[in-house]
Design a protein. Structure first.
Length: 210
């Protein structure tokens, strides 16, 4: 929610996350194991001193729970926050938040952003302070041109490389790309499905060991 994000882009992110959660495929994946529910929390961030929890830890057991989260995201209004990008501090904030969550056999932090860290500790310097079992995936928001070439394509590739090198954590970590904020909802939908499919496969493997 830094200075690089305007009011329209803010809404595209929150409403896009709500739309992705309400997608039928995502809902089906979320609710695959109602006896062992996915537990979610959502926070927004900008500079090193700017983080705000929008949705505290809550188990997602049915479609009513999904709808309640989506509604809360759509009703959220923007608060004044720093104009800088404190990515490393956001990771530390998430690490501390993960330790307040209910016990889970897999913890995943989703980080989305359109730029590099420019405030507070660098993401590559905070790894030792994060919980050892915390997996981190990323959603990179690149320029709006779908057929970006030259410098614009280089900007996307550079940002993806930055997140791959300094942000991702865990053996199955990945980066999803949104080509412009207009494509944030679709990118988030793809990202959630990948994460939830890994969760389902991990559960199947534990149920049927070799």
């Amino acid at each position: 929610m830094s200075g690089s994000v305007d009011s329209r882009e803010y809404r595209l992110q929150l409403d896009g996350l709500a739309s992705a959660l309400l997608d039928p495929e995502v809902q089906a994946a979320l609710l695959t194991m109602p006896d062992v529910p996915v537990v979610l929390s959502v926070f927004e961030w900008s500079g090193k001193d700017s983080q705000r929890v929008l949705f505290d830890w809550s188990p997602i057991r049915n479609k009513v729970d999904v709808a309640a989260l989506a509604s809360q995201l759509r009703d959220t209004q923007r608060a004044e926050m720093s104009v800088s990008t404190g990515l490393g501090t956001a990771m530390l904030f998430a690490g501390a938040r993960s330790e307040t969550a209910p016990a889970c056999f897999r913890q995943v932090l989703d980080v989305s952003g359109d730029g590099k860290n420019n405030d507070g500790p660098r993401p590559q310097d905070v790894g030792a302070a994060l919980p050892p079992g915390l997996n981190i995936n990323a959603l990179v928001i690149g320029p709006r041109s779908p057929g970006a070439v030259g410098a614009q394509a280089g900007e996307i590739n550079e940002l993806v490389g930055y997140f791959q090198a300094y942000v991702l954590r865990g053996p199955e970590a990945f980066v999803e790309i949104a080509v412009g904020y207009e494509n944030y909802a679709k990118a988030m939908q793809r990202k959630l499905l990948k994460e939830l499919q890994v969760l389902t496969l991990s559960d199947a493997r534990s149920a049927f060991p070799e």
